[in-house]
Design a protein around this ligand. Sequence first.
Ligand SMILES: Cc1cc2nc3c(=O)[nH]c(=O)nc-3n(C[C@H](O)[C@H](O)[C@H](O)COP(=O)(O)O)c2cc1C
Length: 212
Amino acid sequence: MRTLISSLVGAVLLASFAALGSGLISAVYEETKVPIAKAERAAEAKQLLEIFPQSSHDNELIDDGFVIAANDALLALREPGTGYRARRGNAVSGIIIPATARDGYSGDIRLLVGINSDGMIAGVRILGHRETPGLGDKIELRKSNWVLSFNDKTLSNPTPTSWAVTKDGGEFDAFTGATVTPRAVVAAVRKALEYSNNNRDALFEIAEANES
Ligand SMILES: Cc1cc2nc3c(=O)[nH]c(=O)nc-3n(C[C@H](O)[C@H](O)[C@H](O)COP(=O)(O)O)c2cc1C
């Protein structure tokens, strides 16, 4: 009998602690989800403004987002992503689109590609990757200036065969002992330009601007 009672007490105590624990976890989650979302939004807004500085447009980039479907062959997004428009007056002066290089050394490399309305790259930034520190991570701007080599490039400049790393006969530097990562990023950026070119009217709202 005593064993039964102590087992029951143990079970009740265990259940109470479990309930208390999960209650605490959900309270902490509720308490922190708004500040976390705000911090993520601020970090995203900062990256967008690195590509299109505030002086280059008169809207709030972070408030001018649009959804891009997953699994487009050129952007290769695993999940639907958000693109952003920069505007001057009524015209879209530039866009920032997300892209994924699925062929990094350690899997996906997620990037943002900013493109001016004349088709020129305004900037590329790396959002996330798992490449090797000291080798592939030089794609990050805080590790090297390599990613700035995309600035001002277009689909036709460099020529199609030069849209590659030097090791493959192209004009983008590879890193010593690490060609796989930059090769993947170069291909992803070129494909993002192709996507922008193929969907130019919709992305830059060209037909709508002409109609109004
Ligand atoms: C432990 C380890 C980690 C590596 N990490 C990377 C990496 O993050 N990015 C990369 O491009 N290459 C990395 N490499 C080197 C690649 O395996 C490859 O040799 C290099 O990218 C050159 O590729 P290539 O032969 O196509 O020119 C790594 C190699 C080893 C052994």
